[in-house]
Design a protein. Structure first.
Length: 291
């Protein structure tokens, strides 16, 4: 029998959990994720604040500020935040690209394992700035209609910028509600199908600014109105490559991927065993959709 009294193991003591030790454990488990998300929130607030200051004092937009006041500033600042967020929202769900990057040393710095959570954060940021942008423009419509003696309802429902804006807002509400975890888990097919409304959102966003509700002081008044396509070209091409590669792999492997056994464990844990296709090599980040 091992005599611990005479052994060196008797000198081993549990490490005292100091504040620094707890901080180290937190950084290993969740700290990197919260650090990056905190940095992203600060960056968004900084972007929005700088845009407010810019549209308040930039001489090119002083006529609009004189007419509309603070709602002009908040509408334009929210629009800038929407451009940035919408340009990035597709990248975290490019699983193939994320898997490639995860295998690089960059994964030690950036928490790519939480890419889907980052996608959700960007999505809800888009929803927030959409509401700010729409609420500001409701007031802008009222002031413009009053200044030019135009019926408010016509500004609100019959102009190109209002029609595309309302379509985008309703699409974002549908996607946000069906993306809520309880609804998504219970009605995944509905969530998956309705989430493809992002195509409608992108299309409307690409032309939304071209209807020129807000005009600068100098001509050409709306030369940069419909400029969103410049933001999403890169992420859109990457996402298109992602979807095409998924379809190619799915069609090539569909016949080889067969379910061999399904076991229901205690605690409602389900084990699904697949037949491994010839030449298959497991890699970090791989996944399978079950329907």
């Amino acid at each position: 029998m091992l005599d611990l009294k005479n052994s060196t193991y008797a000198d081993i003591r549990p490490r005292k959990r100091t504040v620094w030790h707890r901080f180290e454990l937190w950084m290993i488990n969740d700290g990197k994720m919260y650090t990056y998300f905190g940095f992203w929130i600060i960056l968004e607030l900084l972007l929005f604040s700088l845009a407010l200051v810019n549209y308040r004092y930039y001489p090119l937009w002083q006529n609009m500020h004189t007419l509309l006041g603070g709602s002009f500033m908040s509408a334009r600042a929210a629009a800038l935040a929407l451009h940035v967020n919408t340009a990035l929202v597709l990248l975290p769900i490019c699983r193939t690209v994320i898997s490639w990057i995860r295998a690089t040393p960059l994964n030690r710095i950036i928490p790519f394992d939480h890419a889907l959570l980052f996608h959700k954060v960007i999505g809800y940021s888009i929803m927030l700035f959409t509401l700010i942008h729409a609420g500001s423009h409701y007031r802008n419509y009222y002031l413009v209609a009053k200044a030019y003696d135009v019926p408010y309802w016509r500004m609100l429902f019959t102009t190109g910028h209002s029609i595309t804006g309302h379509i985008m807002m309703f699409v974002m509400i549908i996607m946000s509600v069906t993306g809520y975890s309880k609804i998504r888990r219970k009605h995944f097919n509905m969530f998956w199908n309705l989430h493809h409304l992002f195509v409608v959102y992108f299309a409307c966003f690409s032309i939304h600014g071209g209807f020129c509700l807000l005009k600068s002081n100098l001509p050409p008044y709306c030369s940069t109105g419909a400029a969103f396509y410049k933001y999403w070209v890169f992420s859109g091409v990457v996402y298109l490559f992602e979807r095409l590669s998924r379809e190619f792999r799915a069609n090539r492997r569909a016949k080889d991927m067969r379910i061999q056994k399904v076991i229901l464990h205690p605690g409602n844990v389900m084990e699904v065993q697949f037949h491994r296709p010839r030449g298959f090599k497991g890699q970090a980040g791989q996944y399978a959709f079950l329907n």
